[in-house]
Design a protein around this ligand. Structure first.
Ligand SMILES: Nc1ncnc2c1ncn2[C@@H]1O[C@H](COP(=O)(O)OP(=O)(O)OP(=O)(O)O)[C@@H](O)[C@H]1O
Ligand SMILES: [Mg+2]
Length: 386
């Protein structure tokens, strides 16, 4: 009994996609020192999970997605789906895009304007991997349109849909291909803010309801954090960090991730050494800072360089001046600007030559020119080696 349950669990934990060591350059491979669009990318998309590639423009998100889809071929690496090899650079194995268990929703939705809504939706049923014939095709397409709230518009031309409706049509069409994985390249970027927020919730609930895995591309961090089980942060063709959204915010591994996800104070480190309580004692331009957290987990690499990272909401601020002597991890400063944002006060505090951003509860008497003491609680202060 226990054993068979164990087997089921093992099967459920199977990966829909496994990518290992993927590398691709658009330039001639012979060209010395040519830059890679993606450079040694490895990650997994577990069955039924929502995984997001997040990073700035040009970091290689679309290239990664197109390699997964089979629309591009990498020069190195391997791609497996559901345990089967789809691509292997060494053996030159390459399964054609239409034979992979995926459906892609490109940024522009890829809807055909010369077709009616129903024929757009039915396309993968008529021409896809598991093609069918007869009245069943229209029936299944209609059922899916019903699910996405478009059944009443089935016989309209696709161009007669609004942006949000086109997005839902693209999703319906993708799901009708019965994919194991949905590949979505910034599918919400053409929509207004309100519709985006609504559709991203719909997208997530469709993905869960149909039990498919999703590999989603965006450069919008709030979208990534709101939607994903796992976020893969990319920078210049490489992966910086793979983590759950809340871990990314609380435990960024690098200054790039800390800066890209939310806002962060990053103080360059001149020297780092082992500090009290297993922490890292750093020398920075604001003074010595003890950090209880590190970006690398347990193994800390001490070197000159790296950053002290602290989120604005983790910077403690109290009134300074005479009688307020700074203690450990505390620094005297002067309020440079104070911006009242209803629920909080955004402060820029100058200590020496360094500007520190702090976000505190409104109500304290903190005005520009006022003397303050800032406190960096070691427990919420990280040493990031890069
Ligand atoms: N067809 C191409 N030929 C040559 N270079 C390309 C091609 N497509 C992409 N690149 C380059 O590869 C790198 C990665 O591009 P990619 O489109 O994957 O970035 P991205 O992360 O999707 O960016 P964005 O957020 O702007 O869509 C960029 O430097 C880009 O200029
Ligand atoms: Mg792109």
């Amino acid at each position: 009994m226990t054993e068979s349950k164990g087997k089921v669990m093992a099967r459920e934990a199977k990966n829909s996609i496994t990518i290992s060591g993927l590398r691709k350059s658009y330039e001639q491979p012979s060209k010395a020192g040519s830059a890679y669009a993606i450079d040694d990318i490895s990650f997994e998309v577990p069955q039924g999970q929502f995984v997001t590639l997040l990073g700035p423009s040009g970091c290689g998100k679309t290239t990664t997605l197109r390699c997964v889809a089979g629309l591009e071929q990498a020069s190195e690496g391997r791609i497996e789906m559901g345990g089967e090899v789809m691509f292997d650079a060494r053996t030159k194995q390459h399964v054609r895009p239409e034979d992979r268990p995926i459906a892609m929703v490109p940024q522009s939705y890829g809807i055909w304007p010369h077709m009616r809504v129903i024929d757009n939706a039915a396309f993968p049923l008529r021409h896809g991997r598991n093609r069918r014939k007869g009245p069943e095709v229209r029936q299944r397409a209609l059922e899916m349109l019903e699910q996405v709230g478009l059944a009443a518009m089935a016989d309209r031309w696709a161009t007669q849909l609004s942006g949000g409706q086109q997005q839902r049509l693209a999703l319906a069409r993708a799901l009708l291909g019965d994919p194991q994985v949905l590949l979505l390249d910034e599918p919400l970027s053409n929509l207004d803010a309100k519709l985006r927020a609504k559709l991203r919730q719909e997208l997530r609930s469709f993905q869960e309801r149909f039990g498919v895995a999703a590999l989603y591309v965006t450069h919008d961090q709030s979208e990534a954090l709101a939607l994903s089980d796992t976020v893969i942060v990319m920078n210049q063709g490489r992966i910086e960090q793979i983590d759950r959204p809340e871990r990314l915010y609380d435990h960024p591994r690098s200054s790039f991730v800390a800066d890209f996800i939310g806002s962060a104070n990053l103080f360059p480190v001149r020297d780092a050494s082992s500090g009290p309580g297993g922490g890292v004692l750093t020398k920075t331009d604001i003074g010595p800072v003890l950090c209880a957290r590190t970006g690398q987990g347990e193994e800390v690499r001490y070197h000159d360089g790296g950053f002290v990272c602290v989120r604005p909401e983790d910077v403690g601020v109290r009134t300074g001046g005479t009688g307020a002597t700074p203690g450990d991890n505390e620094f005297a400063g002067v309020v440079e600007s104070a911006e009242y944002l209803g629920d909080r006060l955004e402060l820029v505090i100058r200590t020496g030559d360094v500007a520190v951003t702090a976000s505190t509860r409104a109500g304290q008497n903190l005005r520009p020119g006022g003397e303050v003491v800032i406190r960096l609680d070691p427990a919420s202060t990280s040493y990031l080696a890069s």
